[in-house]
Design a protein around this ligand. Structure first.
Ligand SMILES: NC(=O)c1ccc[n+]([C@@H]2O[C@H](COP(=O)([O-])OP(=O)(O)OC[C@H]3O[C@@H](n4cnc5c(N)ncnc54)[C@H](OP(=O)(O)O)[C@@H]3O)[C@@H](O)[C@H]2O)c1
Length: 220
């Protein structure tokens, strides 16, 4: 695998993971519909960084990070299914409902609404939209501030899943380098359980403005 990664995401998750990948020795192309908005990041990111369109990022390397708004993720993946073919795609997205109160998607008592139901997941939809891409769910159940080299007393757990064992091993190695305890929950179907961890993670933040936590799986 070459050390080139595309990052589709101009938000905080795209920035955090792009910077982490650069620090880990990857060349990184960050993609946006408007690459101009990434000019400040590009100027600060230094050697190995570039910007382009979402399509440029989708075909830049063997590793792609998908960090777009959940509501548009399926459209983005469908549009670039050919570019993503064969690549390991880290899916950091969450199917959080639209921001409009009339959608009924405002948090209730700190509990976010998803536009997916309990017996489906966004990542399964993405995998179906780009069947030749190798999706791995990761980074969706923690805030961006803790995604790379999280500093807790013990290593927090990152729950991952996906249909391709080799792809999970690539992502698992990266997580290991960044100090995560990796818990592989199996195939893409497990995203039905991993995506809602985002809802749980956000409750202390939305209720009490506490955002400095992560999950840890205890094992005997
Ligand atoms: N924020 C966190 O701490 C956190 C933690 C875990 C998981 N997540 C998940 O990670 C994902 C990214 O979160 P974020 O906070 O970094 O950013 P965000 O504000 O949720 O999304 C921004 C990204 O979505 C893209 N986008 C928005 N509308 C689009 C459209 N119509 N067509 C194509 N692309 C569109 C933007 O593309 P342009 O560059 O073209 O504008 C941009 O790259 C989300 O799914 C979120 O749920 C977030």
């Amino acid at each position: 695998m070459n050390k080139r990664a595309g990052v589709i995401g101009s938000g905080i998750v795209g920035e955090t993971l792009a910077n982490g990948l650069l620090d880990s020795g990857y060349e990184v192309c960050r993609g946006s519909r408007d690459p101009e908005q990434l000019a400040v990041w590009l100027a600060e990111a230094g050697e190995g960084a570039s910007v382009g369109t979402q399509q440029d990022a989708a075909c830049f390397g063997d590793l792609v990070v998908l960090a777009v708004r959940g509501a548009v993720a399926e459209d983005v993946v469908s549009e670039y299914a050919d570019e993503l073919s064969g690549s390991v795609v880290i899916d950091a997205t969450n199917p959080i409902g639209g921001a409009r109160p009339q959608d009924g998607s405002e948090p209730k008592d700190g509990v976010l609404s998803f536009f997916t139901g309990p017996n489906e997941s966004l990542m399964e939809r993405l995998q179906a939209a780009a069947p030749d891409a190798r999706f791995v769910k990761a980074f969706n159940s923690v805030g961006a501030a803790f995604m790379v080299n999280p500093q807790f007393d013990e290593a927090p757990t990152m729950f991952i899943c996906g249909d391709d064992t080799d792809a999970k091993s690539v992502v698992g190695d990266l997580l290991d380098d960044w100090g995560w305890d990796v818990a592989d929950m199996g195939t893409a179907t497990a995203a039905r359980a991993i995506e809602p961890l985002c809802i749980l993670w956000c409750i202390p933040g939305l209720r009490d403005n506490e955002w400095t936590h992560a999950f840890r799986l205890l094992r005997l």
